[in-house]
Structures are given as structure tokens and as C-alpha cells.
Design a protein around this ligand. Structure first.
Ligand code: SF4
Length: 206
């Protein structure tokens, strides 16, 4: 519905403004140029949820590949993808030596670290549980706005945190479906392992 889509755009933009201002994880935002935002059809049939923006999901060709598999095998056309944690954590010895965060970022627009005056060499790492818990409210808000029919949860941590947020605690496993208020949650392997065969397995449970 056009009205739905326009309303969703407005609400998503408003939420993204809040994500850009968010300082709940000070150690993450200091070394980040821009948080990871959802992208795709704003009145979606399917919402793909990744744990965080890693080297795999940062490559648009991989996202296109995943979308094409889902379109082809599950016959779902309107797809949106998003992330459970918006700020990419990095392991960095320089940053670990600093105890006071102060004002402003520690990285400039060319990715030069203002602490070392060298190009940022932080190594991307998985988010911790506390960062997931801090950020989860944005994902739940995004789900509430978009209210897709199908939600594909990629990987065990996305499965666990998202389903538990909806009160689903038991029998959590990959390649299963779970229902909540006219939404069907489907659990899948990690995005980088997801192949047409995996998708066909999901077809059997839909
Ligand atoms: S990871 Fe999420 S909760 Fe933490 S600072 Fe970024 S937007 Fe805020």
C-alpha cells in the first residue's frame, strides 16, 4: 500500500536519525564513521536480519546474491535487510589504552585514527552481548514499523536474541519456523553459508 510505504519511510528516517545520535556504546561510536542502516523495500514481504555489518554483508554483491536466492526459491519479491547491531565493533590496541572517551570521534572522514595519526587498523570483531542488548530496541522498532510477513534470522545469535525478545525461548534451532502476531520467523545458517540448497530446506517448513 502506497500510504503504508510513505508512513514507513517517515518513521524509518526518524529512527535512523536517533541511531546516528545514539551514544549507548561509547567505545563503538568513537571509531565509527556511520552506523549500519537497513536497506530495501519499505513495505517488505521479507526482512533479512544479520548480526552486524561484517566483511561479507558489506559487499553489495553478496547481498544481491542472497536476495536473488530468496526471490528465486521462496518467491518473495519485496525484500529489506537490516542489522541487529548498528555500530561495527573493532579490536584495537590504541583504543584500549585510552580510558577517557571525551567529546567527538577518534576517526576522521578518511579513516585516519586521531589517536595514532595513521589509517585505522582496527580489526572487525563480533559484537558482545551487552552491545546486542543495547542495540536490540532499534531492530524491534524497525520490525514493528515494517511488520513483514517473513523474517529470516541469519545465524544462531540473531535467532536467539530476536526470538527471545518475542518470548520464544524453547526449541531454538536452525531451519525452523516460529510464529508471532502474523509474522513468521525463519531461522537460517549464517549468511555466508546460505546457498540455494539451504533456501530449499526452508521452503519445506513454510
Ligand atoms: S551499537 Fe546500537 S546501541 Fe550501541 S551506540 Fe551504536 S546504535 Fe547505539
Amino acid at each position: 500500500m502506497v500510504g503504508n510505504r510513505e508512513q514507513n519511510i517517515r518513521r524509518i528516517i526518524e529512527m535512523e536519525d536517533r541511531i546516528c545520535q545514539c551514544q549507548r556504546c561509547p567505545s563503538l561510536v568513537k571509531c565509527l564513521r556511520k552506523p549500519s542502516m537497513g536497506k530495501g523495500e519499505l513495505d517488505p514481504e521479507a526482512l533479512l536480519i544479520f548480526e552486524y555489518e561484517n566483511s561479507y554483508t558489506r559487499d553489495i554483491n553478496n547481498i544481491i546474491r542472497l536476495r536473488n536466492i530468496i526471490k528465486q526459491e521462496l518467491k518473495l519479491d519485496k525484500i529489506y535487510h537490516t542489522f541487529m547491531v548498528r555500530c561495527q565493533p573493532k579490536a584495537c590496541a590504541t583504543r584500549q589504552s585510552v580510558t577517557c572517551y571525551g567529546e567527538g570521534k577518534w576517526i576522521d572522514k578518511d579513516y585516519t585514527c586521531l589517536l595514532s595519526n595513521k589509517t585505522c587498523d582496527g580489526i572487525p570483531v563480533k559484537p558482545g552481548n551487552s552491545e546486542i542488548i543495547s542495540c536490540l530496541s532499534f531492530l524491534l522498532e524497525e520490525i514493528e514499523i515494517l511488520h513483514p510477513t517473513y523474517l529470516l534470522l541469519f545465524g544462531e545469535r540473531v535467532t536467539e536474541f530476536v526470538l527471545k525478545s518475542y518470548g520464544i525461548y524453547s526449541n531454538l534451532a536452525t531451519n525452523q519456523r516460529y510464529e508471532y502476531e502474523h509474522m513468521t520467523f525463519i531461522t537460517a545458517v549464517d549468511e555466508n553459508e546460505f546457498q540455494p540448497d539451504n533456501c530449499r530446506q526452508l521452503l519445506n517448513i513454510l
